[in-house]
Design a protein around this ligand. Sequence first.
Ligand code: IPD
Ligand code: CA
Length: 256
Amino acid sequence: MLEKSGLAELVETAKRACYAASDIFSEPGCNKVVSLKHDLKSEADRKADEAIELALRETGIPILSEESKRARDIVEDTRIWIVDPLDGTVNFESNIPMYCVSIGFWENRQPVFGVVYDCVSGEMYSGGRNFPTNCVDTHCVPSIISKPEEAILATGFPSGGDFDSESLSAFVKRIQRFRKIRLLGSAALSLAWVARGRLDGYREEGIYLWDIAAGVSLVLGAGGSVVMEDLDWKTMTLTVSAAGSKNLLRAISGKK
Ligand code: IPD
Ligand code: CA
């Protein structure tokens, strides 16, 4: 386990990497789409990935990133960065102001801390299991709402998921008990907003690890709860439920 001072240094390095990536997003032409369908990619994704790699290189810690396939075999490493250079790519492409940079730090396959930078509002979130989650200089406090019928649940359709009628009706069945549903298009920011109490809970099935690797730490660091299920280190997908309140988490995840 890393010393607290060592950890604090890594958090600062991750923040610098977020700023470097975010600078890319204002460059002309970087929202040019290079692939389509549900999983959209742009020049921005690739260039931001390079900027993050450069900023994190000094730590010597291997990087698993959505954009670079090179590190898919490093998950055996004790410590890894898990990076999504641009979470909310479709929002970014469409000028919907909700996208972020997400950098998680994991040790022994468990989340340690996360840094999520909201590129539009300029809000920087950081936090983890053993230190409080902050947004800029303010400590994040999650929601205490415990009943689904009073709760706002954020969710999403994973880019690799099925859109057939059966999958969609199972999805609707799962979410119809909640007061309101939000599909915000950025898993990392959805989790950051659970951490700070803007949303009461989050659930997504078949989500990629890099989408949630930082956000789960933010929820834990704020005192909220997280359940990660079926994490497959080959496909890098899992199901994640998160909430401020333990009771709500039970309702979201279906776990006792
Ligand atoms: C997507 C977002 C979205 C989630 C999708 C992800 P991307 O990531 O996190 O909220 O529903 O499953 O793929 O493609 O914008 O990096
Ligand atoms: Ca993503």
